[in-house]
Write a protein that binds this ligand. Structure first.
Ligand code: GTP
Ligand code: MG
Length: 197
């Protein structure tokens, strides 16, 4: 798949504020600071499309990006597990974002981003459970792959397979928004899902 153009559409805090049309969507979820916004910029090749920051908790709203003249949209979901948020905010996070993922009829794929360097956190595991129970395909993308040696990638893939109790490593992708490694595989995945339209 070739990315011809991409642009920001809207920020929303609930499904009713999201575009109401038939455009297929791919959502990205993951721990705060895992690299969701960087992933969007790298995959869509637009450096400043999604805001990136050294501070976790940057993305607080559901942000919609339209790609290739509305052939599809990518949705950046606010990160979870940000240590400095209160219990009430955590509840609100779940209400806003899990409800969105449950309700959104446009969704064709959910990508769960997790840090390749670490074992999945409790919240990563809970998110995986949640994704499994949804009625849409999902993939797990291991980010920041440039931070470990390539010779170590398989070891970390196996660790994820074991921790999440996956039958195979088929749903696992490695990605780096620094080197762009894994980008082509992600675009192939997008294409294969959107071709069914
Ligand atoms: P929130 O919006 O807070 O949920 O964070 P996010 O998941 O959108 O993460 P973001 O893309 O803002 O990246 C967080 C930090 O990680 C930034 O300092 C990025 O530069 C860095 N980062 C993201 N992806 C990669 C990667 O693949 N490799 C390396 N080395 N750093 C990365
Ligand atoms: Mg972000």
């Amino acid at each position: 798949m070739h990315i011809k153009e991409a642009k920001f559409v809207i920020s929303a805090v609930q499904e009713s504020q999201a575009p109401q049309d038939e455009v297929p969507e791919i959502a990205l979820a993951g721990r705060s600071n895992v690299g969701k916004s960087s992933f969007i910029n790298k995959v869509l090749q637009r450096n400043k499309l999604a805001r990136i920051s050294g501070q976790p908790g940057k993305t607080q709203t559901l942000n919609f990006y339209s790609v290739n003249d509305a052939a599809f949209r990518v949705v950046d979901v606010p990160g979870y597990g940000y240590a400095r948020v209160s219990k009430l905010n955590r509840k609100n996070w779940a209400k806003m974002n899990l409800n969105f993922l449950r309700q959104r009829r446009n969704l064709r794929l959910l990508i769960l981003l997790m840090d390749i360097r670490h074992e999945p956190t409790q919240l990563d595991k809970a998110m995986y459970q949640f994704a499994e129970e949804l009625d849409i395909p999902f993939a797990i993308c291991l980010t920041k792959a440039d931070k470990i040696k390539k010779s170590q990638w398989n070891k970390h893939l196996s660790l994820y397979k074991k921790s999440l109790n996956l039958p195979t490593t088929d749903a696992l992708f490695t990605f780096s928004s620094v080197t762009g490694e894994g980008r082509e595989d992600i675009l192939d995945l997008f294409e294969s899902l959107l071709m069914d339209e």
